[in-house]
Design a protein around this ligand. Sequence first.
Ligand code: BTN
Length: 321
Amino acid sequence: MAVSRFSLIRILADGSFHSCERLGRALGLSRAGVEHQLHGIEALGLRISKVRGRGYRLAEPVDLLDRDALAARLRKSSPVLSVEVRDECASTSTALAAEGTAHGTVLVCEHQSAGRGRRGNTWFSAPARGLTFSLLWRFSQGAAGLAGLSLAVAVGAVRALERLGMEGVQLKWPNDLYCGGRKLGGILIESSGDALGPSTVIVGLGLNVRLDPALRGRIDRPVTDLASCGGAAVPPRTVLLGALLESLAEVLTRFAREGFAPFRDDWQRRHAWQGRRVRLALAGRVAEGEALGVAEDGALVLSSSRGVERFHSGELSLRRA
Ligand code: BTN
């Protein structure tokens, strides 16, 4: 059986030194095989310390997901969800798009190598330093009935973080998580189905927990992580993930019955740019004005020289003073 670099990461996750011989015995690999896997781990951005006579260990602790603890928690709290945790995948959202995936299926990957963002962007993440997962949900309604879904999901994510004592997380329209004016997390909603229903939605969420300094340099916009936000200490990733999934299951269940309306006040209270001068790039024009918040269908409401206008799409940025 092929040995994955995560098998080695799991052994090294105890923080102690391990000799090459001991690692080789545990994994059924030759010395060269162990060295190959160690290089693979470094290629993922995890640093390894090597000390002559003692062996190898991870230079920093790594907080891997605890599959059993997560499954046990969700079995009790959110039985609608069925979670699979994989070590590596290209994109959790792409993987869930396979035909026949059941309602409530969640796929989490410790390392996502080709994460996708909105508008064709790439979602960059390093193993075990963030959360990258997708959740498939089936709705009886069609596209029109799903207006505001991505905003409701963002509310669900912030509620989970707040329940864990995290402070200062805000929302940027339509569904970015912000903290201190920088992007903390993003949500990708992909839906398919008939215009009048039913529809299938894949909700993908990427959250920076402890950003890797090298990764920070590759992202061409201001980013932040939970460890830099205010409030309680960041809990283990398994706890974070459990809380996020529970909250999302609650939100999606309620959204299916009531739409975005019951989430609007919560969204608006956390609106990062409420009352600020903003710029919305649309297909054929740019709209500028004061951000008044969101409507009951999730549209962005702007007050501009043309009056009060509502927008359902576009790329929003702050207007330079
Ligand atoms: C954005 O802000 O542009 C949305 C980012 C969404 C990233 C998540 S990570 C898990 C899921 N899988 C993907 O490929 N993308 C989403």
